[in-house]
Write a protein that binds this ligand. Sequence first.
Ligand code: PLP
Length: 395
Amino acid sequence: MKLSHRITHLTGGGPDGWDVFYRARRMVAEGHAITELTIGEHDIPTDPEILGAMDASARGGHTGYAMVPGTDLLRDTVAARLQVRTGVKTTRDNVLITPGGQSALFAAHVAACDPGDVGLYLDPYYATYPGTIRGAGAIARAVETRAEDAFQPRADEIEAVSDGAVSLLINTPNNPTGVVYSAQTLHAISGVCQRRDLWLISDEVYDTQVWEGSHLSPRAIPGMAERTLVVGSMSKSHAMTGSRCGWIVGPTEAIEHLINLATHTTYGVPGFIQDAASFALNAGRELEEKIAAPFRRRRELAMQVLSAQQTVGLIPAQGAMYLMLDIRATGLSGEAFANALLDTHAIAVMPGESFGGAAAGHIRVAMTIDDDRFATALQTVCDFAAQLAANKGAA
Ligand code: PLP
């Protein structure tokens, strides 16, 4: 039977740069001891207090269909959170609860794009972005950012390729680069969106993981609330990746239509998950800081290790749970370096090329193992790079 073009072309075909990751996973399954610094998952489980709230809710009977837009409590909680962060009046009518940030990204693009419209995104990018845009029926068009700009986007370059575009997807703090967009960058991007009449889809799932500078949601920028769809999630802020709970915050009219979409796709998020999320968000900053603390610590450790050598460059590690390392001094591509590192030192990292052409010659290191092993692994990465660079010089 023929399958739709939309689904068969979702991934764009060709190598996706995830070979190293799958090879490492196979090696682990075969019993090899591999240090995995690949995916963005905490090394702690969901906090017992959050699980307690989930359990109490489920046992209290909140196991039937929940309201499709989300429970009033969670929508109000998310609205209050966004209002505090942006200064823009936000009510439950601005909020749709979704099964995680990923489905929010998809729904936001369905809301913004008609088939054949162009959806812009920035390279390097979180792995699902182009497929998400294509899945919504739009044409995914990448705009490269540059290592020499610390991967801060250049608004004029976005504007230059915006013909036919109806949306722009951004992510700050950024996966994979670890960069936090400056206020200047975000104001310039907002200017482009206003001039070119674009929806700004703002993926803010790492907004509690900021190590340097501060997070600015573009919803806060004058004239942007009516054209911004903020994507948020409990996954990273509260180590609730498996709970699948996120949201879209946007103009009420967009949310009304997005509720219709949810009725015809996800039909909501389990009530006991939403109650756990409400509990977690209302537990305040302290809990978020506890969950972010290991990454903050490991980033400090990384800065110490990296400052003692010259071969590996660090893209400013301002936020999120990743480091983007420049290994171009070794003469290898990110992919060749990652494969060699796995073979010789049993350490798995993601090649920059997994996240698009702009991150070629880089590797992404997830700070997701305990501090001692993390520091040792990073030292090994640096020593290995230095050895490769020296051999290259000698050759
Ligand atoms: N956006 C970014 C940038 C991510 O890194 C991730 C997950 O890694 C997501 C969205 C999706 O997160 P979730 O669907 O778990 O909320």
